[in-house]
Write a protein that binds this ligand. Structure first.
Ligand code: 5CA
Length: 444
């Protein structure tokens, strides 16, 4: 891909409406364009990043045995009336009437719809557990949409739902998602900490928000610092291993402000380990038993012939919010450099030839390198514009392509100037560059 042919409408200045880094950068780098308050179009760069995030989320859902489906964005009000949430959800729900004057709505979440799908075909405990998920647009008529795609009205979410025969099995399902989330965020190069949280309009009495630290985050958190040293490296999807993983995390105090209790915090966390800070909620998991299955009458036959309402949980990841969250976490303010994790970078490498009208050799070299990288499945973009060198570098610092090759006079025959965006340049052979990138990609 040549940058001159790509649709990347870069802005010179920070738009005044953008108050936080991710919003500024996404507008400036031409990743999104606002179409109405809290509603955005995704342009090629932003869309590429979001799709890569979506794929990682999908792979990690599949690994725990969740099955992908796709439910519509528009739902009928009937099922929401059955659950009792049609009135409870309030003004955040966008209500629509069709030409027959039927009450419809744009889904803010899918507990009712998935329960309706489940009850229409699953009748026996033998078919459980069922873990189903979809990745779909949601609409919530937020009172104050802000910070670009971080708190917007139309957003892209992965939402999963689990169905089990009893509490014990349901908690096993819950723990599978707990592990899956730790793995997902790690692949996005983020440290997301599970924190005990309120359940809000989804309901239930067990819930964790997955939060990454950021000064611009909207969640206030209170935690024991040592929780950041934990990981899931030793964990497997076996029941006992997952229980141990939950216990390991829950040993440390980590809550959002709705769950905060000053006495407990001070009793459980020694002064030097206390951390009170802000973060971004990138995922949220809930266990709510039969809150929906009971009113919607979703039950299964048990071995002894009785019926039982299924026990459910739901599990959300803010796929579009993650694009902004990664920027908040990775942007280097001091050097004004954005560096996308390789796993989600819009392009993996930029080829920057120093264009000279009388000498097209750098451009030819760029094309050859591009072809070789393409063969090795490395996604590159060539800057074929006639901008000066420092503008080109500034542009890529903004776009955040993590690696670059600079083809100038200095390039010797076989050695190429190669740079990881925030490190020193090195002269390396193309084979060596390919090796470095391929090895990095294998780790994702
Ligand atoms: N049904 C449950 C779980 S599937 C649910 O809807 N959970 S939620 O309300 O917590 O949303 C899941 C995730 O979506 C959140 O963790 C957050 O990352 C993202 N999200 C929620 N509201 C917004 C919003 N207004 N803008 C962008 N992302 C949002």
């Amino acid at each position: 891909m040549y940058i001159s042919k790509s649709f990347v409408p870069i802005l010179k200045n920070n738009p005044s409406e953008a108050k936080i880094k991710s919003h500024q950068l996404m507008l400036r780098a031409g990743m999104i364009k606002q179409s109405a308050a809290g509603i955005y179009s995704w342009l090629p760069l932003g869309f590429k990043v979001m799709k890569k995030i979506e794929n990682i989320v999908r792979e990690e859902q599949n690994k725990i045995g969740a099955q992908e489906i796709l439910m519509p964005t528009i739902q009928s009000s009937e099922i929401w009336k059955e659950s009792g949430r049609y009135d409870d959800y309030g003004e955040e729900m966008l209500r629509i009437k069709d030409r027959q004057n039927r009450e419809m709505l744009y889904g803010p979440t899918n507990e009712e719809l998935i329960t309706d799908i489940f009850r229409s075909s699953i009748k026996s405990y033998k078919s459980l557990p069922q873990l189903l998920y979809h990745i779909q647009w949601k609409f919530r008529d937020e009172l104050r949409p802000r910070f670009g795609i971080m708190r917007c009205r139309e957003f892209y979410m992965k939402d999963a739902y689990s169905f089990d025969v009893n509490d014990e099995d349901a908690l096993y399902s819950y723990n599978k998602f707990f592990l899956s989330y730790l793995r997902t965020f790690k692949r996005l190069n983020l440290t997301a900490i599970p924190m005990a949280a309120d359940t809000g309009p989804i309901g239930g009495n067990l819930s964790h928000e997955f939060i990454i630290l950021a000064d611009t985050g909207e969640s206030k958190i209170f935690t024991d610092k040592r929780i950041f040293e934990l990981n899931d490296d030793e964990s497997t999807i076996e029941k006992k291993s997952l229980e141990d993983l939950r216990k390991k995390y829950e040993k440390f105090y980590a809550v959002t402000d709705e769950k905060f209790n000053k006495n407990d915090f001070e009793k459980e966390v020694s002064e030097e380990n206390r951390l009170i800070t802000k973060g971004i909620e990138v995922g949220h998991i809930f266990y709510f038993g039969d809150k929906y299955s009971k009113p919607l009458n979703a039950s299964v036959d048990l071995p002894e012939g009785k019926k039982s309402f299924v026990k459910m949980g739901s599990y959300g990841v803010g796929v579009s919010r993650l694009v902004g969250a990664i920027i908040e976490a990775k942007y280097n303010d001091k050097d004004e450099i954005m560096k996308w994790p390789l796993s989600v970078a819009p392009y993996e490498l930029a080829i920057i030839p120093m264009i000279n009208k009388n000498d097209t050799s750098a451009m030819e070299k760029a094309n050859n390198i591009y072809k070789k990288l393409e063969e090795k499945k490395i996604e590159a973009i060539i800057d074929d514009t006639d901008e000066n060198f420092s503008s080109k570098i500034k542009k890529f610092n903004l776009i955040g392509v993590p690696y670059r090759i600079i083809l100038g006079k200095k390039s010797e025959e076989d050695l190429i100037e190669f740079q990881e965006i925030d490190k020193e340049t090195k002269n390396l052979s193309l084979d060596k560059i390919i090796k470095i990138l391929t090895e990095q990609k294998e780790k994702i």
